[in-house]
Design a protein around this ligand. Sequence first.
Ligand SMILES: NC(=O)c1ccc[n+]([C@@H]2O[C@H](COP(=O)([O-])OP(=O)(O)OC[C@H]3O[C@@H](n4cnc5c(N)ncnc54)[C@H](O)[C@@H]3O)[C@@H](O)[C@H]2O)c1
Length: 260
Amino acid sequence: MIRVGVVGANGKMGKEVVNLVLNSKELELTLAVDKFGAGEIIGNTIIQPELESAIKHTNADIVVDFTQPSTIFENIKIYQKYKIKSVIGTTGLTNEEITEIEKISKENNTGIIIAPNFSIGAILMMQFSKMAAKYFSNAEIIEFHHNQKKDAPSGTSIKTAKLMMEANDNFKLGNCQETETIKGARGGDYSENGKGNIQIHSVRMPGFVASQEVIFGSDGQTLKIHHDTINRSCYMQGVELAIKYLYKNNKFIYGLENIL
Ligand SMILES: NC(=O)c1ccc[n+]([C@@H]2O[C@H](COP(=O)([O-])OP(=O)(O)OC[C@H]3O[C@@H](n4cnc5c(N)ncnc54)[C@H](O)[C@@H]3O)[C@@H](O)[C@H]2O)c1
């Protein structure tokens, strides 16, 4: 049995992770931490409010963190201080912070997997888009999210465009001089170092969780790669994979694609 702790256990994602662990024959919930709902009983454990004292005394082999961007860097330092392996789903780490975490993890010989997207379908959608990119002259991305999402375009659409640019940095916008009669009609232009021309369009409305379509075009053909997130349970296959991988491999990993 792998002993698992869940930090952010009372949040939307944390509750999914708790269910995953409680319903698994190979995982055992030995720690739950959340500022909200402290004292509540989940399985055989009680939600604890204070992270450092909980981590200091835990017997968990691995903790899974789905909390909030403003504290995630400090949380990771606590996991590293007590040499507890961690699976990090919380988003918002800067590139500099990720570089520092890699250094600390190697110094402490304490593995960590950070994955901004745990949906295996979304990871494959990005990888397939990168594969297709070098064979097409034009590409645009449409991403669809619920209307509570604060940022646009989504991090996943930006990462997809970045991966596509690694394969082909010569996409075209259109084939003639374009004029927008309504501003924004052609979407936002993703570019790097003056190169780019992958238009990203963001749709926000109730009904969606998270979807994305990458459309490629060249003379006489189009290719569409589409992924839909129906609910948050889609992330759990990736979380379980990360827990089991990290249990056996004491490494620093950034991105779920690196363990698929
Ligand atoms: N990697 C992925 O695939 C993926 C998927 C969905 C969401 N996320 C990210 O996961 C994070 C959580 O999302 P959510 O929708 O579950 O949020 P949420 O607000 O529903 O839950 C967060 C929980 O963490 C608790 N919390 C916050 N800071 C804490 C701390 N320092 N110590 C203890 N508990 C703390 C809160 O009380 C809350 O219950 C966000 O950063 C979100 O972007 C990642």
